[in-house]
Design a binder for this molecule. Sequence first.
Ligand SMILES: *Cc1c(COP(=O)(O)O)cnc(C)c1O
Length: 387
Amino acid sequence: MSYLARNYNRKKLAFTKGKGSYLFSNKGKKYLDFVQGIAVNSLGHSHPKLNKVLNKQSKKLWHVSNAFIIPEGEQLAKKIAKKTFADFVMFQNSGTEATEAAIKVARRYFFSLGKPKKNRILCIKNSFHGRTLAAIYASGSKKMTEGFGPKVSGFDHFKFGDHKSLKKLITKNTAAVMVEPVMGEGGIKVIPDWCLKGLRKLCNEKNVLLILDEVQCGIGRTGDFFAFERSKVKPDIVPIAKGIGGGFPIGAVLMNKKVALCMTSGTHGSTFGGNPLAMQIGNTVIDIISKKSFLRNVQKNSKYFFDHLVKIKKKYPKIIKEVRGRGYLIGLQLYSDQTNFISKLMDNKLLTIRAAENVVRILPPLNVKKQELNKALMIINKVCSSY
Ligand SMILES: *Cc1c(COP(=O)(O)O)cnc(C)c1O
């Protein structure tokens, strides 16, 4: 019997080792891992450079309090600031802490301007921003909030794509709009660039902050460092996590100067957030992803993969309804429940994971090899043909 709480319905599969795109089970079987810890192991399993840095730093210094200067964190924050819209960075340990801190920053910003009532956050219905109390009510999902009342107030919701209700729901008390540029858990739904542009314009007109949750779609996952980059939009606040640690828990809130200055001494903190061990790993991940050819390869190979998935869809138009997403954040939307399809992929040694709306989510590591993509395509094709 398992002494772990029952809050997960786990597959009967355990692993002892990972290497690149592959996981090795305790029964000696080799799986092509296109889950990668849900977009976390951005560079695959046991990347030699990450192993080296982890080992080296583990012998020097793991953890010191944020009461002291942490040079490794100063360095990572600087790299992020030089690379992105951000002027300041606050380190956390997870995605939900990052989104929660983003909400705090937005509220505190208007508080600091003498507008404490301007504190409501407008989100997409059935989005995903994490599992803390505020984050589940921000997500606005019945399933996630059931039984966890009283409700955390201060959140409003509009339906994905419903511009009319979005405009109507922005009031003088709205502090921020918070959306995922590509909804991950929600079913790999991309907000088109023109919508993000329109949203930025609307936020400017209404004096509302724009929070773009890049926890899943950020750090190169879509082929750009951030999913919103192609729209040329500049957000005010961006929570990140998953991919930045390459498997080590790191979260962060990125902010422009305008809002960041409201976070004065004592307004927020984290015991573990930004410790030297985490920061050295983050520094290494960002160095690798920032190499010129790295994201170009993600763009090129992910396009190849996507185009071939579309071919499979055309071959099996009664099984696959849509291939969607960007870069290596891909969803195969099926006509029926995806559970069986995912099991069959697993039987054929390809690991994928579900998302809402009958979506099979496919998340290869960003440095996946073309030959591994071909192998996955073959398995997906085979499973389709078995129906
Ligand atoms: C995963 C995720 C979170 C929550 O991250 P945790 O590390 O699980 O707390 C928040 N927002 C988005 C968009 C996510 O995909």
